[in-house]
Design a protein around this ligand. Structure first.
Ligand SMILES: NC(=O)c1ccc[n+]([C@@H]2O[C@H](COP(=O)([O-])OP(=O)(O)OC[C@H]3O[C@@H](n4cnc5c(N)ncnc54)[C@H](OP(=O)(O)O)[C@@H]3O)[C@@H](O)[C@H]2O)c1
Length: 244
């Protein structure tokens, strides 16, 4: 429990990725101190170059979500799990297991450690998966299901625990390459998102859900990670983020 005037400390697994950097930015602007954990521990190159003021509140450490550091986890007031891989099909058992490991086991290991260390708030970024892809042969889906189940178990483990699971469709915004070049996904996807939202309900039932802006996804994640009054399991659907 943080002392009065002690900043909230958030631990963000996958904080150096596309959504992670936006989560860190919004949380730091709201006064949180943040630790980003990723296998490389690297600061994204565009941040190294621009050094925005908020990034001074972030510590970048190397670590694997599959083996979370208990003392680091115990130091957090809230944990945000953003580890994942793209929803690609797999063609052999190894590829399938890789998808389950990255999207499922890695996040579940962090969630189990959060439970052991009595961290009170957890946010998991899952994904909205169209009905036709919800199959036990699709490793991405199996992994996301595993992680969501771990979050539900965490929420039930103590009356003090609050878990929020977010299910975005495709996310658009400015994504940076490893070299720091910006790919403005928003230029293409925001008009698509707008058109899809305008389609009659009947037509939209046959399409994947409308893409959502990274700003919205990150704002929901940070709100949940910093909401001291929440308890139990909360689910945020893609439609909830589009409606804001
Ligand atoms: N982008 C989308 O359109 C979208 C849509 C729906 C859902 N999602 C979900 O949202 C989450 C974040 O997506 P994103 O696009 O921000 O992904 P991203 O850019 O690939 O970021 C994920 C980060 O996780 C880190 N990571 C991977 N494995 C790790 C491990 N075992 N331990 C610690 N860190 C690890 C990676 O850094 P290192 O390589 O340095 O470890 C990477 O920077 C994912 O779960 C994704 O499935 C994304």
């Amino acid at each position: 429990m943080p002392e009065l005037n002690t900043p909230v400390h958030l631990l963000v697994y996958g904080g150096n990725g596309f959504v992670g950097t936006k989560v860190l930015e919004l949380a730091a602007i709201r006064g949180a101190t943040c630790t980003s954990v990723s296998r490389s521990g690297e600061i994204p190159s565009h941040l190294k170059r621009l050094r925005p003021a908020w990034s001074r509140q972030v510590t970048w450490v190397a670590g694997n979500a599959l083996h979370p550091d208990p003392s680091l986890v115990a130091s957090a007031d809230g944990i945000v799990c953003l580890v994942g891989s793209p929803p690609l099909p797999t063609f052999n058992q190894r590829g399938f297991e890789q998808q389950v490991m990255t999207n499922g086991r890695a996040n579940s290991a962090v969630i189990a450690e959060a439970q052991r260390q009595r961290v009170k708030r957890l946010v998991l970024l899952s994904a909205h998966i169209p009905a036709v892809m919800r199959s036990s042969r699709f490793g991405y889906y199996v992994g996301k299901q595993q992680a969501s189940e771990a979050a539900a178990v965490y929420a039930k483990a103590s009356e003090h625990n609050a878990a929020t699971v977010i299910y975005p469709s495709a996310i658009y915004g400015k994504r940076y390459t490893g070299g720091g070049t910006a790919i403005p996904l928003g230029l293409l996807m925001s008009p698509v998102a707008w058109m899809m939202r305008c389609l009659p309900e009947l037509v939209s039932q046959f399409l994947p859900e409308s893409p959502v802006a990274v700003q919205e996804v990150a704002a929901f994640a940070v709100d949940a990670a910093m909401a001291t009054e929440r308890r139990g399991l909360m689910v945020v659907e893609n439609q909830d983020m589009l409606a804001r």
